[in-house]
Write a protein that binds this ligand. Structure first.
Ligand code: EPZ
Length: 414
């Protein structure tokens, strides 16, 4: 089992470019299924979740080719409508294929994605919306057997779910008639998906606001798209610099997409400057900040909660975190405590008491962002830490050790 060996205590210095956004490219790859012509995706990151998505597209009969950060998908003659169980389990977010497969093929067979390390991951909003669009969904035997045809509908989401919003956009682009999504998710990744769908000739408007309107049934063609930079990877690099000390410039990301994170890092004592496609952070001894409450975009992103907590674990003062998005997203706390962190968890609340020093430890990642948090903490800890469970981290970070080593971190993969 591979592991990271991190020698803490070395300040970071330099500039690093973030890779394309995982949570943008996954629905965009699913959207390629809607077009009968070739799609070219640039700035596609090399992540295990992306590899799983490309495997699903191949399984469905698409021609897929990858050259570095460029991926081409030709869904000219798809042959399948089932997402195999092994691939569904490999990538929980593969439920995002439901709308696209059903929209293109008129039917879709998936197994229920089940929970993950963050707790139960219900898809009731996805299914209710697809049913409202006319689909028949048989959930017997733990699978999802869906049949169309799909018609436009007015959908009101009780939660601004990112995945449900994306699934509805994809199904609606192929449906007959107009679909309105009220209380839609407003994440930048939703806007990026709209940009790509419009590139294919779909009539989608309103992404980034709470109301998205899709006029379905347009004849779609091929398209080319460059995926936005990953705001959570950018936030992770910045929290690493905050934890290790030093100064780092992160490029290739819209600074507005992580402004809630940079605001907290500023409040904690760092100097932060932003430019259109970059953020510069000069670290300083960290102090506690006002409560950090995770929320749907543009609120504080739940995916940045663990890396930020890891940085604030070493410093002065106290910070209260409230994790409002997922039931169990504090699995990194026990591992941080093994490094000397002083954190108390009560349900959705975690209270972080800054300590002057963290010490190296052998720790294990149990989810994607919690694993990144362990790397952040190890960079600021005294001594040599060993981090296992790297398959979690590989889902969302392309060559994390290479990016951090380029900034002067002593981290290697063994
Ligand atoms: C997306 O997950 C992201 N994943 C997550 O990133 C991110 O944490 C999350 O959005 C919130 O921003 C991808 O984009 C691939 P939701 P998603 O539907 O779509 C509940 C990472 O680390 N809910 O917005 O699954 C749900 O349980 C990952 O990159 C329902 O109850 O998130 C959660 O409590 C982790 N019923 C809340 O809504 C539903 O049908 C928000 O979930 C759907 C969701």
């Amino acid at each position: 089992m591979s592991a990271y060996i991190v020698e803490g205590g070395n300040p970071l210095d330099g500039s690093v470019r973030v890779h394309g956004a995982k949570n943008s490219v996954l629905p965009i790859l699913a959207a390629c299924l809607l077009s009968p012509e070739e799609c070219v995706i640039h700035n596609c990151p090399d992540l295990s979740d992306v590899t799983a998505s490309l495997d699903i597209l191949r399984h469905l009969g698409c021609r897929v080719a990858r050259q570095g950060e460029m991926v081409t998908v030709d869904a000219g003659a798809p042959t399948g409508w089932d997402v195999p169980d092994n691939l569904m389990r490999e990538m929980r977010s593969s439920v995002i294929f439901l709308g696209a497969v059903l929209g293109r093929m008129g039917r879709a067979d998936l197994c229920a994605p089940g929970g993950c390390e963050l707790g139960p991951r219900p898809i009731d909003l996805h299914l209710a919306a697809i049913r409202a669009m006319g689909a028949q969904i048989d959930e017997s035997g733990g699978g999802l057997h869906c049949t169309g045809p799909l018609s436009g509908a007015d959908i009101v989401l009780s939660i601004p779910s990112v995945g449900a919003t994306e699934n509805i956009m994809l199904a609606a682009a192929a449906a007959r008639g107009t679909t309105t999504i009220t209380n839609a998710a407003r994440e930048p990744e939703i806007v990026d998906l709209q940009t790509f769908l419009r590139q294919l000739g779909a009539d989608v408007r309103g992404a980034g606001s709470s109301v998205i309107v899709i006029r379905g049934g347009q004849a779609l063609h091929g398209g080319e798209h460059t995926v936005i930079g990953d705001r959570i990877v950018a936030a992770t690099y910045l929290t690493a610099a905050a934890a290790a000390g030093g100064q780092v410039e992160v490029t290739g990301v819209d600074y507005r997409h992580l402004s809630t994170v940079t605001a907290v890092l500023k409040e904690a004592g760092c100097a932060v400057k932003s430019g259109p496609d970059r953020v510069f952070l000069h670290s300083a001894p960290l102090r506690g900040v006002r409560p950090v409450r995770t929320a749907p975009y543009p609120g504080f992103p739940t995916d940045a909660q663990a890396p930020l907590m890891a940085a604030l674990a070493r410093g002065s003062g106290c910070t209260v975190f409230v994790e409002n998005m997922f039931e169990s997203r504090y699995r990194h706390v026990d591992e941080l405590s093994r490094m000397g962190a002083d954190i108390r968890v009560e349900g959705r609340v975690a209270v972080v008491y800054g300590v002057p020093r963290l010490h190296a430890a052998q720790v294990k990642a149990s989810d994607l962002r919690g694993g990144a948090a362990l790397v952040v903490a190890a960079l600021g800890a005294e001594g040599e830490s060993r981090i296992t469970g790297l398959h979690h981290i590989d889902r969302g970070y392309q060559d994390l050790e290479g990016a951090l080593s380029g900034l002067g971190a002593r981290i290697r993969r063994v």
